[in-house]
Write a protein that binds this ligand. Structure first.
Ligand SMILES: C[S@@+](CC[C@H](N)C(=O)[O-])C[C@H]1O[C@@H](n2cnc3c(N)ncnc32)[C@H](O)[C@@H]1O
Length: 340
């Protein structure tokens, strides 16, 4: 490992999984000048004085094992996203372990839970609007929240509530609720795992922020134990992509709730270009992790049937350079003003 450049152990696993800051591929010794320049980049990062540091696509193998796997130079078995595998990953491991730690906290504020869930000072490679950077998990979390707030802000004027589906422990919805313009909104969070729902309840109590909590499953298209009023602003963040082949009825499932607008902050396989090396590596990343292949297609094919207007911004941001998210906004055709 490069001196002063912490490996992102404990970084949000789903987003930074398998990403590490290492001296070189296969541990080859680095030329001294190169090490010096990396250490100097690292000190800029660690002090936070210079923010994130730009790197090239070609440099990614220094910081991540994924290029080797994606190019078939290191064996890697496909991680099939079966129901039991997702429950193991989230109900038992990520949220299950986090719940145990949070239950032992005297004051489980959102920041404390965030810190218990990942090492926010960990630095790793990431992606922002076509470029690669080394940035801390905290910087990337902030960038995501700024993006979410900027995209959601025009939709929430006059909305009945803010809803997150696949909300994990509530990191995004509670953080948004602290921002100006969002603080008076009624909050609703639905989550697939019981441990995630328990965490949302604990964080909500500690923030003194009322939140209705329910169950949702994007695979079976189910939403239970919660009623979502008409005119809601519904968003998803790094959650829909856990279903390898999304049902063609996904848009209908959400349209039935008569939302004001729906926003997906999700990795989109179809937006990863086959005419670019990075695009091809992202596709391979999605295939090896068995993430969703058809979100864009499902939305496109349902535009007419569900009479929705759609706006898509491709490959905007990624804490994982091989899994950038697109922003897909859609709304009933009658609400054309909110999509500009
Ligand atoms: C990477 S976390 C994202 C959590 C949160 N949305 C965020 O951005 O902080 C993925 C979440 O998707 C949920 N999830 C996985 N499979 C799902 C499914 N079939 N239906 C709904 N949610 C699912 C997991 O339980 C987990 O909470």
């Amino acid at each position: 490992m490069v001196a002063g450049l912490p490996a992102p152990r404990g970084a949000e696993p789903a987003l930074r999984e398998g990403i590490s800051v290492s001296s070189s591929p296969a541990g080859d010794p680095q030329p001294e000048g190169c090490l010096r320049s990396l250490a100097s980049r690292a000190s800029q990062l660690v002090t936070g004085s210079a923010g994130s540091v730009r790197i090239s696509l070609d440099e990614l193998p220094r910081y991540s094992d994924w290029p080797k796997r994606l190019l078939g130079l290191e064996p890697f078995a496909v991680k099939h996203k079966t129901e039991s595998e997702v429950l193991r990953e989230y109900r038992d491991e990520k949220w299950g372990q986090l719940l145990k730690r949070v239950q032992n906290m005297s004051e489980p504020t959102l920041s404390e839970v965030e810190r218990a869930s990942q090492d926010l000072s960990a630095v790793g490679p990431c992606y922002d609007s076509g470029c690669f950077y080394l940035a801390s998990a905290q910087e990337m979390l902030d960038k995501h929240l700024n993006l979410y707030a900027e995209v959601l802000a025009p939709h929430i004027q006059g909305a009945s509530c803010l809803v997150e589906l696949g909300a994990g422990y509530g990191s995004k919805i509670f953080s948004l609720a602290r921002q100006r313009g969002f603080s008076d909104l009624l909050l609703i969070a639905a989550e697939y795992t019981e441990t995630g729902r328990d965490l949302i309840a604990i964080v909500g109590r500690s923030l003194n922020k009322p939140i209705a909590i329910g169950y949702c499953d994007f695979f079976r298209l189910r939403l239970e134990d919660v009623t979502i009023p008409e005119n809601a602003v519904i968003f998803t963040s790094y959650a829909v992509h856990y279903v390898p082949q999304l049902s063609e009825d996904f848009v209908t499932f959400l349209s039935r709730l008569r939302p004001r607008a729906v926003v997906h902050f999700e990795p989109c396989y179809e937006h990863y270009s086959m005419a670019s090396l990075h695009g091809m590596m992202c596709r391979r990343y999605v295939e090896l992790n068995d993430y969703t292949r058809n979100l864009v297609g499902v939305i496109e094919r349902n535009r007419e049937r569900e009479r929705i207007l759609v706006r898509m911004r491709e490959n905007v941001l990624g804490s994982n350079p091989f899994l950038p998210i697109s922003v897909i906004e859609w709304a009933p055709a009658g609400r054309s003003e909110i999509l500009g």
